[in-house]
Write a protein that binds this ligand. Structure first.
Ligand SMILES: Nc1ncnc2c1ncn2[C@@H]1O[C@H](COP(=O)(O)OP(=O)(O)OP(=O)(O)O)[C@@H](O)[C@H]1O
Length: 121
């Protein structure tokens, strides 16, 4: 029937869980369920000078709780899942992480942000 995913391509939660468990077991040293480093200033995060200037130009003087914990692992290129209440600065967290990693000499697309607009509506 039109519109249906091909046979075998549907998401299988059981297989996904099994795959995740295998990955965690195999690479346990590289998998954290929390990240303990906290940076209580933007200066301390080692951000690029132009990015830092932009952050301060926006009037952001001190990083929020999620920013204190979330920007640096993002900048290190880690795969991260972050969760915080609405309005606590998540957008600036992942934007800072993306901007820090961009190569400004490259004109091709370097980042893609997918947002669940239904939840934001
Ligand atoms: N460190 C900061 N200092 C001052 N203002 C900030 C800081 N970080 C974010 N803001 C401001 O706080 C407001 C909320 O931030 P933001 O939209 O990033 O939060 P969010 O967690 O992504 O929200 P939502 O869950 O609703 O998408 C924005 O107006 C943003 O400019």
């Amino acid at each position: 029937m039109a519109g249906l995913a091909p046979e075998g391509s549907q998401f299988d939660a059981g297989k996904f869980d099994q795959k995740m468990n295998d990955l965690i077991a195999a690479d346990g040293d590289e998998f954290w369920t929390s990240y303990d480093e906290v940076y209580d200033s933007f200066d301390a995060m080692g951000l690029a000078e132009n990015l830092l200037r932009g952050i301060y130009a926006y009037g952001f003087e001190k990083p929020s709780a999620i920013q204190q914990r979330g920007i640096v692992p993002f900048c290190k290129g880690l795969d991260v899942i972050q969760q915080a209440q609405s309005g606590t600065g998540k957008t600036a967290t992942f934007c800072s992480g993306v901007l820090q990693q961009l190569d400004y000499n490259v004109t091709q697309c370097q980042a893609l942000v997918l947002a669940p607009t239904r939840e934001l509506a």
